[in-house]
Design a protein around this ligand. Structure first.
Ligand code: C2E
Ligand code: MG
Ligand code: MG
Ligand code: MG
Length: 287
C-alpha cells in the first residue's frame, strides 16, 4: 500500500510537471514571435505632478492579449521573456510604441514624457544605447522625452556593461528612473555611482501608508534621501486621497496609482489626458 501511494504521488508529480512544461514550452515558442503576432498592447498610466497638479509624465505598461488565453499580465510573461531572450524584442517594441504615442499626443497639443520599463538583460546588451538612439532619431523625438525605468535589483547587478549603458543613455539626455526602490537593499555607495534622475518608491510602502506608521516613516525617509541627492520621486500605488495628501506634504514629486488612474489602453488614455488638460486650463483661467 505504502509503495502504491508513493508511486501515485510520483505519477502525480511528474504529470503536473509535464503539463507545466508543455504550457511553458508553448508560451516560450509564442514569445519568440510575440511582436510580429501583434498580440502586445501598451497601456498608459499617468504620473501626477504634485506641485503643479498637471500630468507631465506617463508610464507605459505592456499587456499580452492572447487569442485563447485572454489578458496576460506582464508579471506572467516578462520573467519568461527575460529567460528566453524575447525581452529584447519586447523592449524595442515598447520603446518604439511609446515614442510613436508621444508624437501622436504631441500633435494633439500634449507634450508628455514617456516612461518605459526595461530589464537587466537590455542593460547587459552593449548595443542597447545605439538601438534606443536609432528609434528616437527615426521618429524625430528628443531624448529627454524618454525615461527608462530600471528595477533596483537590475541596476545593482553591477556589471561593467550595465553601468556603461546607463551612463551612455543618461549622457544622451534620456531620463533614468530606479523602479521598485526600497525593495532591493541598495547601498548609498552604489546609488551614488549611478546616473539616476528619479526614484520610484515601491507600492509596498505606499498602499497602506495612510494607516501604517512604519510605512509612512519609510516613505518619508526615501523621499528625503532622494531630495538630498537631488532626485525626483514617484510614489506608485496611490489608491486614496489620504496617501496623496501625505505625499504632497512630504515633498514627493509625482504620484501614480489607481486613485489618479489605472493603466489605460491608448484610446482611453487619449480621452483621459485631453480632458485633464482642459480641466487644468480651465482652472488656470478661473484663478
Ligand atoms: P512596475 O513598473 O513597478 O509597475 C507598477 C505596477 O503596479 C503595474 O502593474 C501597475 O499596473 C500597478 N499599479 C499601478 N497603480 C497601482 C495601484 O494604485 N495599486 C496597485 N495595487 N497596483 C498599481 P503591471 O502593469 O501589472 O506591471 C507589473 C510589472 O511588470 C511592472 O512593475 C514592470 O516591472 C513589469 N513590466 C510591465 N511592462 C513592462 C515592459 O514593457 N517591459 C518590462 N521589462 N517590464 C514590464
Ligand atoms: Mg515601472
Ligand atoms: Mg514599480
Ligand atoms: Mg514592480
Amino acid at each position: 500500500q505504502a509503495c502504491k501511494n508513493k508511486h501515485s504521488a510520483c505519477l502525480e508529480y511528474s504529470s503536473e510537471l509535464n503539463t507545466f512544461s508543455v504550457e511553458r514550452l508553448q508560451t516560450l515558442s509564442e514569445l519568440k514571435d510575440i511582436v510580429s503576432s501583434n498580440q502586445l498592447s501598451l497601456y498608459f498610466q499617468p504620473k501626477l505632478c504634485l506641485a503643479s497638479k498637471e500630468i507631465t509624465n506617463v508610464e507605459c505598461l505592456a499587456r499580452w492579449i492572447h487569442p485563447d488565453r485572454g489578458f496576460i499580465p506582464p508579471d506572467d510573461f516578462i520573467p519568461l521573456a527575460e529567460q528566453s531572450g524575447a525581452i529584447r524584442q519586447i523592449t524595442q517594441w515598447a520603446i518604439e510604441t511609446a515614442i510613436c504615442q508621444h508624437r501622436d499626443w504631441y500633435k494633439q497639443g500634449m507634450d508628455l514624457k514617456m516612461a518605459v520599463n526595461i530589464s537587466a538583460i537590455d542593460l547587459a546588451d552593449p548595443d542597447f544605447a545605439k538601438i534606443v538612439v536609432g528609434l528616437l532619431t527615426k521618429h524625430h523625438v528628443e531624448p529627454h522625452k524618454l525615461i527608462l525605468e530600471v528595477t533596483e535589483s537590475a541596476v545593482m547587478s553591477d556589471t561593467e556593461v550595465a553601468l556603461q549603458t546607463l551612463n551612455l543613455l543618461s549622457k544622451i539626455g534620456i531620463g533614468i528612473s530606479i523602479d521598485d526602490f526600497g525593495t532591493g537593499f541598495s547601498s548609498m555607495a552604489q546609488l551614488k555611482k549611478l546616473p539616476v534622475n528619479e526614484l520610484k518608491i515601491d507600492k509596498a510602502f505606499v498602499l497602506e501608508m495612510a494607516t501604517s506608521v512604519d510605512d509612512q516613516a519609510m516613505v518619508k525617509t526615501l523621499i528625503s534621501l532622494a531630495n538630498n541627492l537631488g532626485l525626483h520621486t514617484v510614489a506608485e500605488g496611490v489608491e486614496d486621497l489620504a496617501a496623496l495628501n501625505l505625499l504632497e506634504e512630504m515633498g514627493c514629486t509625482y504620484a501614480q496609482g489607481y486613485f489618479i488612474s489605472r493603466p489605460m489602453p491608448p484610446s482611453d488614455a487619449s480621452k483621459w489626458l485631453l480632458q485633464k488638460t482642459r480641466d487644468v486650463t480651465k482652472a488656470c483661467h478661473e484663478a
